[in-house]
Design a protein. Structure first.
Length: 218
């Protein structure tokens, strides 16, 4: 039986660093870990990622944006995630379906029920065993992202350029989802130092892992 863990949170929360550290830790525990990301993770998905993130695509509608994310996700689930889980492996993904609910649902204010039903179809009903949300004040996340971009160590994509109100709606959406599914979500304060954040993740994971192992991939 496989284990599916996803990371969510704003850019600037340190997801990339924490995912790598957790992957190393899980491998030490004997897990066959596969890292992936959204959008992307497959050749088709990476092409879609380029379209979604291109700042020249200013005319892209919110509906088109959501459907493109869903198309990338559908390919990733069927080509990469489910086969690895079926082999008993562990998948750790930088974002998954909760991102669409947060960004296109709460952020873009598309109909949440439509987001949910379309996502169910795109993912073939796959739900993470555990979702780790790295929480960060909106202004801090934006400032970190801008600093990284200025240092040429990060991109500024279309979604990064949205209004401050948009990003507040996204954060509020994440926190609402975490509150509604406490058994699946793990909210971690990303204002801590890198080592402290990773320690908090591992401590929470050690508590959750026995129950996570009992979960069944759907």
């Amino acid at each position: 039986m496989g284990l599916f863990i996803t990371f969510e949170g704003p850019d600037g929360s340190g997801k990339t660093t924490q995912i790598k550290l957790l992957a190393d830790y899980l491998r030490e525990m004997g897990h066959d870990v596969l890292l992936t990301r959204e959008p992307g993770g497959t050749p088709i998905g990476d092409q879609i990622r380029g379209v979604l993130h291109d700042i020249k695509n200013v005319e892209m509608t919110s509906v088109s944006e959501f459907l493109l994310y869903s198309a990338s996700r559908a390919q990733l689930v069927r080509q990469v995630i489910k086969p690895h889980l079926a082999r008993g492996g562990t998948v750790v993904s930088d974002r998954f379906a909760d991102s669409s609910m947060a960004y296109q649902g709460y952020g873009r204010q598309l109909d949440l029920d439509t987001i949910g039903s379309t996502t169910q179809f795109a993912t073939d009903g796959l739900t993470p065993h555990l979702t780790i949300y790295l929480d960060l004040p909106v202004d801090v996340g934006i400032r970190r992202k801008q600093t990284a971009h200025a240092a040429q160590s990060g991109e500024l994509n279309r979604l990064d350029r949205q209004t401050i109100d948009f990003h507040h709606r996204v954060r509020d959406g994440y926190l609402k989802m975490a509150q509604a599914e406490r058994h699946r979500w793990m909210v971690i304060d990303a204002m801590q130092a890198i080592d402290d954040t990773q320690r908090a993740i591992r401590e929470r994971l050690e508590t959750a892992l026995p129950e996570v192992r009992k979960a069944t991939i759907r």
